[in-house]
Ligand binder design. Structure first.
Ligand SMILES: [Zn+2]
Length: 79
């Protein structure tokens, strides 16, 4: 895992950035955005009987970094 410098909390360490086919309005900050950032989710704690996947990802607004969507290997999805 890359270390996130504590001196720059405003910077989000995203894993990938995707261009949107045409600019859209973010439901959180209302900014018109043309890219989305994707961050990986890595499971750190789990119940012994949990069937949840080890990994997933979240899609965030490139402007305000609010979560727009999250996915756990197709198991659970939040929009
Ligand atoms: Zn936003």
């Amino acid at each position: 895992m890359p270390e996130i410098p504590e001196s720059s909390p405003a910077t989000t360490a995203f894993e990938a950035e995707y261009a949107i086919e045409s600019p859209l309005s973010c439901p959180h900050c209302k900014a018109t955005i043309s890219t989305l950032q994707v961050l990986r989710l890595v499971r750190t704690r789990v119940n012994f009987i949990s069937m949840l996947p080890r990994r997933g990802y979240v899609v965030v607004c490139s402007s305000c970094h609010q979560i727009l969507s999250a996915d756990l290997g197709g198991f659970a999805r939040v929009v």
